[in-house]
Design a protein around this ligand. Structure first.
Ligand SMILES: Nc1nc2c(c(=O)[nH]1)N[C@H]1C(S)=C(S)[C@@H](COP(=O)(O)OP(=O)(O)OC[C@H]3O[C@@H](n4cnc5c(=O)[nH]c(N)nc54)[C@H](O)[C@@H]3O)O[C@H]1N2
Ligand SMILES: Nc1nc2c(c(=O)[nH]1)N[C@H]1C(S)=C(S)[C@@H](COP(=O)(O)OP(=O)(O)OC[C@H]3O[C@@H](n4cnc5c(=O)[nH]c(N)nc54)[C@H](O)[C@@H]3O)O[C@H]1N2
Ligand code: SF4
Ligand SMILES: [Mo]
Length: 752
């Protein structure tokens, strides 16, 4: 069923749109670029737009970047004719993107001009979830919101009843304006942490001091490459180029995953491990390496703290039969893997995010890191334990740097100053409902879809329903928007200015405004400005956010000398010529100096102990099914090829390719349950259920079900109905909240 989102009868892509002029924003232009490929982009830039214009219908080419929470953060070129975005492709200058996009990226034109986009500010007049929407003006919307904020402030003496939930819908730097908008109205309540990768971040922070992976392009230099709990064939398609290139140069590719993924299908060696026992595998390997003297004595001596203690732990607590029993991986395979890994240099481990979504995820990552440290693969080009990278994120965060109005009241810190209040982003529903004094009364949801991405969706819905006002800023009427009072339409990246870094590769790309904002959509910065305008009209001084500004100027204000140096430029506008790769060595930690308290790689971490963990990467028990009689099967719900969380799979091109979700069931379990391929089944536990078609396949272990998170409009499809808010061991140090054990979920299944 389609919502009445006020779209009218005219198909969106037929609306007359005014063409942009060259002068502002057009860095590179010309029909030639569109028709002749992009080898001469640099030439185009030098020749200048005017000279290249004309010919084939004045096609203008802009530089964009894909701002999604995706490893690849592709540099893009967009082709605009008469103000209409016609086509997008990868920018060949970026040697990670290599001139290509993924299927989601190629479908951006369908997203920009989707008839389902939120086009105007809308108010749900029939109550949340009623689907009765009424178009309102921006002024009206801002008036309702500003009045509610001021009313709450008056009633409760602070803006703490206003709560922000923002995460990764858009990772472009100026989108930190959302946080900036919140801090500019006073101290508020904010969802703290990340649902994504925090256990692994803490683990690597304890081991190395910060998050810093080697250049993933240097994977080609690996001679042994373990893809551990990651599925780049779906989640980092460009990453697979480097995996394949490494293989061509002689590397052996190993994939470790409970599921036989598309990545696993490309492996030389695939190891089907019992979920959440990877720590035991890594420690078993470490024991073998210790017993056979395959460790790197010089590296341990010079750069590693705690080897003796770790070795003692391995000798006393870890045996190969134990590791084999825990993991379900035969001992001979563990031995072979350990020997090959330790004797083939450089050996590289790509540590995935899926792997750490377990109650012991942090300790698992520490155990895997340890392998790279003891074999001296850390700091080696083509080696390392690579998880994520924040080295290219040193912007000014100008868009978020607006403090509360004078006299604002918040939560007192020990030093007497005030701060925001936080709720755990990974237990959002329950925390929002449980917060008192003052309670939370208003939600602002931006770049976030808690109704489909959070655990305990039922509780999240309850939290939404308990509010006086819920505002959601989005491009689509997703599950969270449907439970909101007001939705505000936001732009896509083609409609605004920005700059994008990756948490994986080393490239930074400018994002030019290529087309005018569609309908009445606004960027998140402009929305913050609009709110500030209205708040200050109603109560002067109630919001410190600027009320106007030129977005290109604002973009310039994100840069600083350190970023310029890193990118080898003097002015941010040089990025119009193309994305830049950061000036960093190919291998992270190449100088052997770590950012830990000791300056060494810390196998023994007092910091970890301070945060309540074992100081060593010791095994932390995996979760067992709490009620095995009723819910015996593990339910793994990883990321989907044609969607990115709740994005993309709703678009027509991707729906045509894949119209509906499914759950994967092993033939033996299916037989036991009387389920046949294609049957509709119910996957359920005490918390909730989801009904969907089943695929009988041997790609899942016998006692595991797998289904993939995505948003299919019109279907009540949400895997997280069944998911409880179980925290991971780590995450609190680096991100403020522990992570979420998404894959420690236990269910039963039946035919319906
Ligand atoms: N079952 C299960 N659940 C999971 C996971 C899993 O593996 N299994 N993975 C978890 C992980 S790793 C993550 S990172 C989270 C992701 O959770 P989210 O960050 O919430 O996910 P998205 O669906 O990517 O983005 C949310 C919304 O942002 C909107 N958006 C896009 N651009 C903009 C913009 O410019 N402005 C505004 N205001 N909104 C915009 C999108 O349309 C989308 O509706 O999900 C988690 N949930
Ligand atoms: N197409 C697409 N690309 C994406 C995303 C998307 O939604 N779609 N999301 C982006 C985001 S936010 C993230 S966080 C990354 C995630 O990137 P990945 O980590 O590659 O992806 P996931 O699907 O979370 O999990 C990867 C694998 O971990 C496995 N796994 C689960 N538990 C265990 C375990 O205990 N041990 C081992 N060895 N493996 C285990 C799962 O079976 C899965 O195959 O991808 C990013 N890229
Ligand atoms: S979703 Fe990822 S791979 Fe696809 S275009 Fe965006 S950044 Fe590139
Ligand atoms: Mo994520």
């Amino acid at each position: 069923m389609k919502e009445d989102n006020g779209e009218g009868k005219v198909p969106v892509w037929k609306r007359p749109l005014t063409r942009r002029t060259f002068l502002k924003g057009t860095a590179i232009a010309g029909a030639a670029a569109a028709t002749e490929g992009l080898f001469n982009l640099d030439l185009l830039w030098k020749v200048g737009p005017t000279a290249m214009a004309g010919g084939n219908g004045n096609v203008q080419v802009y530089r964009n970047a894909c701002p999604r929470n995706c490893y690849d953060t592709c540099s893009m070129l967009s082709y605009v004719q008469n103000g209409v975005l016609k086509r997008v492709e990868g920018d060949p200058i970026n040697t990670y993107t290599r001139g290509r996009l993924c299927p989601k990226g190629y479908s951006y034109t369908r997203r920009v001009y989707s008839p389902d986009r939120i086009k105007y500010p809308m108010r749900q007049v029939g109550g949340r979830g009623s689907g009765k929407w009424q178009r309102i003006s921006w002024d009206e919307a801002m008036d309702i919101i500003a009045r509610k904020i001021l009313d709450l402030k008056k009633r409760y003496g602070s803006t703490l009843p206003v709560c922000l939930d923002k995460y990764s819908g858009n990772f472009e730097i100026m989108h930190y304006a959302v946080e900036g908008m919140m801090s500019s109205i006073g101290y508020t309540t904010q969802a703290l942490g990340t649902p994504c990768w925090p256990a692994g971040i803490d683990a690597q922070t304890f081991d190395m001091g910060t998050l810093y992976n080697s250049d993933p392009e240097a994977m080609v230099d690996a001679r042994y490459l373990i893809l551990w709990g990651t599925n780049p064939a779906w989640t980092s398609v460009h990453g697979m180029h480097f995996v394949e290139d490494a293989r061509k140069r002689g590397a052996k590719i190993v994939v470790i995953d409970p599921l036989i993924t598309q990545t696993a299908s490309k492996a030389d060696l695939y190891i089907q491990i019992k979920a959440s026992t990877d720590g035991a595998l890594a420690l078993g390997m470490a024991r073998y390496i210790l017993d056979h003297g395959l460790y790197n004595q010089a590296y341990l001596q010079n750069h590693v703290l705690g080897w003796q203690r770790f070795a003692t732990y391995l000798r006393n607590q870890v045996t190969l039969p134990w590791a084999a029993e825990k993991t379900g991986v035969p001992q001979v395979v563990i031995e072979t893997l350990a020997r090959e890994y330790a004797t083939t240099a450089p050996a590289n481990i790509w540590i995935g995010y899926g792997l750490q979504r377990h109650i012991n995820g942090g300790q698992t990552v520490r155990a895997i890191d340890a392998l790279a440290a003891i074999t001296g693969n850390m700091g080696r080009t083509g080696g390392g334990a690579n998880y994520g990278n924040l080295q290219t994120w040193g912007f000014n965060y100008h868009a978020m740097s607006f403090g509360p109005p004078a006299g604002s009241k918040g939560v007192s810190k020990p030093d007497g100053t005030m701060t925001n209040r936080s709720v755990d982003i990974n237990n959002f529903g329950a925390d929002v409902l449980g917060t008192t004094n003052p309670p939370i009364k208003m939600l602002w949801i931006a770049c976030r879809n808690p109704m489909s991405q959070d655990p305990e969706s039922g509780v999240v819905a309850k939290a939404f329903r308990s509010m006086e006002l819920v505002v959601t800023v989005d491009q689509f009427f997703n599950r969270s928007a449907k439970l909101s009072d007001i939705v505000l339409p936001c732009t896509t990246q083609f409609e605004y200015w920005g700059v994008d870094s990756s948490y994986w590769h080393y490239w930074v790309a400018i994002n030019q405004q290529a087309i005018k904002p569609l309908f009445e959509s606004k960027g998140d910065v402009e929305i913050a400005m609009a709110l500030s305008r209205r708040m200050n009209q109603l109560e002067p001084g109630s919001c410190t956010y600027p009320v106007s500004g030129d977005m290109q100027e604002w973009l310039g204000m994100e840069f600083n000398p350190k970023m310029y140096k890193l990118l080898g430029i003097q002015d941010w506008r040089e990025l119009f010529k193309g994305p830049r790769k950061a000036n960093l060595p190919a291998a992270a930690w190449a100088n052997g100096k770590y950012e830990t308290p000791s300056g060494k790689y810390e196998l023994y971490s007092q910091e970890s102990q301070k945060w309540g963990h074992n100081p060593l990467p010791a095994y932390l028990e995996e979760m067992k099914p709490p009620d095995p009689g009723k819910y015996p099967y593990r339910f793994i719900t990883p990321h989907w090829k044609l969607g990115l969380h709740s994005q993309f799979q709703n678009l027509d091109w991707l729906l045509v390719t894949n119209p509906e979700p499914w759950v994967e069931i092993h033939p033996r379990l299916a037989a036991e349950k009387g389920i046949r391929d294609g049957d509709v089944v119910k996957v359920y536990n005490a918390l909730g259920w989801v009904t969907l078609k089943c695929r009988v396949t041997t790609t899942v272990p016998q006692s595991t079900l797998a289904a993939y998170e995505a948003w299919y409009p019109g279907l009540d499809y949400d895997l997280n109905y069944t998911l409880s808010a179980t925290p991971t061991d780590m995450g609190a140090k680096a991100t403020g909240s522990p992570g979420l054990a998404f894959h420690d979920n236990w269910v039963n299944v039946t035919r319906v």
